[in-house]
Design a binder for this molecule. Sequence first.
Ligand code: G4P
Length: 524
Amino acid sequence: MSAPDLDERPRRTFAVISHPDAGKSTLTEALALHASVISEAGAVHGKAGRRGTVSDWMEMERARGISITSAALQFSYGGHVVNLVDTPGHSDFSEDTYRVLSAVDSAVMLVDAAKGLEPQTMKLFKVCTLRGIPVITVINKWDRPGLEALELMDLIEQQIGLKPTPLTWPVGESGDFRGVLDRRDGGFIAYTRTAGGATRAPERRMDPAEALASEGEAWSRAEEEHELLSADDADHDPEAFLAGRSTPVLFGSALLNFGVARILDELLTVAPGPGPTTAVDGSVRRPDDEFSAFVFKVQSGMNAAHRDRLAYARVCSGVFERGMVVTHARTGRPFATKYAQTVMGRERTSVETALPGDIVGLVNAAALRPGDTIYAGPAVDYPPIATFAPEHFATASNVETGRSKQFRKGIEQLDQEGAIQVLRSDVRGDANPVLAAVGPMQFEVVQARMQAEFGVPIRLETLSYSLARVTDAAGAEMLAGTSGAEVLSRSDGTRLAVFADKWRMASVLRQHPDLHLEPLPAGV
Ligand code: G4P
């Protein structure tokens, strides 16, 4: 720990998972208001017209008002450095979300009090379970009429199977938010509205007697429900939380800034900091071992003035110092980190140092792909990030002959970024690669980016496949010439057998009982 400007405060690295419109952008802004922002890496708020949106590099994103890009916001709070990693909001980007969630140590699941657990929340929650990420639940929009608090607890337990252990309990039903009962000490935290929620909402602590005098029936009901919860063992249990069996619950209103500071406080007290990372060979790097990091996101075309490629890496161990030369595990080649940066709005600033949990943007990192490891000292290679089974397929072709070089370059780059899976076969040739996506919106992104960043209009023709399985060279031979099925290769060499549907796959298997097929993880 030699760097002069090394900020050694403990880290918390988390993401907010929610269904679109649950209030993620509002909460992100509210968190930033309560803390002091240190740096912002790329996209944070993905809402059309919202101030502070730095991810407006793509017209489509603005038009749709969704967040497609992902990066991190770093802030200072309570003697800690907090890294909030942004997750894409749209369900078509689950593969991207999966990668992003590989970079966090905990997640905040934001639930709309009126809507309960919505589909995208459930999907993202499933990713957290797969990755063993502990989840803190925040019931948002309590200032608006919605479901009853106990009903919401039942929904959480039944639909996601986690025991909800509220840390705070609302005083006043949804739509009449007066404050919360602090379940740790039984006291009342009263909230006061400020104009438009633009400043930190003042909080006043009262003991139970004062709370009863002030809130009457609403307080008595909160106390009663608090006792019911305790009788049901719904008290925070650190071990069950870290093991993914329970979820602490907080109530708030991101819009009014109610309960936002408490979310930050709980992140510092109950959420885990960076822990050891297990490598492919089973060995473990601890945070204080020599430097290592893994790339969870590669992105280009972020800014018209900077047409280069940024690889976002999460530091797993050791100290990152800009300028250090590390080893790229996949190629064994040295990699110079002279251009480590964060993106502040549209301005880029250099990152000088970073610690485990921090996110570093590496500029012009042409060799780096999602899932790659970089390290100093003894060799380490972290497991690759799973790619999901694509369910949508289309051939891409270049509309303007004469731009075939740009076409090839663009398709290759989007493949390397993981924006889409690019599949090829000798039969089809290089000019008409097959694009494979987990969600169809990925195609629109590719089309828009090919035009905007490479000046190549492309034509997409949908293929009638919907199912992919990993196969081998023998499988490729068996399926040659079969209708409704085909074998295509990914750039990493994996062969995918694609089928029109499960019926077609079953009939092909009947014809070729020796055909080797392995499932890929399903998109969530
Ligand atoms: P998202 O990023 O999860 O998609 O949601 P976002 O923050 O954009 O919030 C979606 C809508 O919900 C916004 O209203 C926002 O103002 C509102 N909202 C967020 N948190 C709260 C809350 O705690 N209480 C209440 N009452 N509303 C909340 P909108 O009208 O769709 O957008 P805007 O025009 O206000 O930005």
